[in-house]
Design a protein around this ligand. Structure first.
Ligand code: B12
Length: 207
């Protein structure tokens, strides 16, 4: 990981973030590795927000810097062939965080999955409709707020009650989701990052 990039992201130093991303990209560093550093920096932004060193304006700024940096990594989004099947994902209702979800979408697409991205603040009924329509082998739910853990739990339960869980695995992801939270939500697996998601989905669909 790049210490300079982590620190610049944490300090919201936009110029240094963009310069360092360009340098690392020119050096041939893998896009996912660069994203890992940006994500680490975002973790520090979150801690500073929690400790009241940063306020909402800084959170908003961090999202803007992250998105600009991701745009520089645009080359990650390449092959859109969908030989590995369909992956439905969205951010659970009452939660509008989408940076991590968008990264997962991009990386899954570039690994041969057709991704149906339902967006943010997605109600349970929309997940259920999408599962009926697209019959995905794996469904991903993003959740960045601990206050939304119960929403995910309710959504997973509704998918099960609709009889749609037998052929579909449910992955959850997002900063605060650890294995204990995943168990509470009754998810099949917790994905810590985009690469984990790809590895798990490939394993599950047998690629
Ligand atoms: C940026 C940010 C925002 C931005 C979001 C912009 C956007 N378009 O997404 C804005 C400013 C809008 C925002 C708002 C809020 N936020 Co906010 N935010 C963050 C911050 C700093 C970074 C999140 C992020 O993008 N990380 C970078 C990405 C790449 O990481 P990631 O999301 O974890 O994704 C990776 C993995 O988790 C995984 N993954 C993610 N999703 C999925 C999904 C699937 C299916 C899979 C398989 C994998 C996967 O793969 C990704 C790539 O590797 C976090 C702090 C943190 N450490 O997470 C706080 C944080 C999540 N926010 C927080 C809070 C409190 C809020 C607000 C309530 C603040 C307020 N008072 O209004 C609001 C809530 C708005 C809402 N209703 O959703 C808290 C949540 C605390 C808690 N206990 O729940 C955090 C943790 C900050 C903190 N420490 O206090 N926020």
């Amino acid at each position: 990981m790049s210490k300079r990039l982590i620190e610049a992201m944490a300090d919201l130093d936009e110029d240094v973030v963009l310069e360092e991303v360009k340098t690392l990209k020119d050096q041939g560093v893998d896009s996912l590795k660069i994203i890992e550093s940006l994500q680490e920096g975002m973790g520090i932004v979150g801690k500073r927000f929690e400790e009241k060193e940063y306020f909402l304006s800084e959170l908003i700024m961090s999202a803007e810097v992250f998105n600009e940096a991701s745009e520089l990594l645009g080359g990650m989004e390449n092959a859109r062939e969908s030989k590995n099947g369909v992956f439905v994902l969205g951010t659970i209702y009452d939660d509008i965080h989408d940076i991590g979800k968008n990264i997962v979408t991009t990386v899954m697409r570039s690994n041969g999955f057709e991704v149906i991205d339902l967006g943010v603040d997605v109600p349970t009924v929309k997940f259920i409709e999408a599962i009926k329509q697209y019959k995905p082998k794996v469904v991903g739910i993003s959740c960045l707020l601990t206050t939304c853990f119960d929403n995910v739990k309710e959504c997973v339960q509704a998918i099960e009650e609709a009889g749609l869980r037998n052929d579909t695995k449910i992955l959850v992801g997002g900063g605060p989701v650890d294995d204990a939270a995943g168990k509470y939500m009754r998810a099949d697996i917790v994905a810590k990052n985009a690469q984990n998601t790809v590895d798990y989905c490939k394993q599950f669909v047998g690629v």
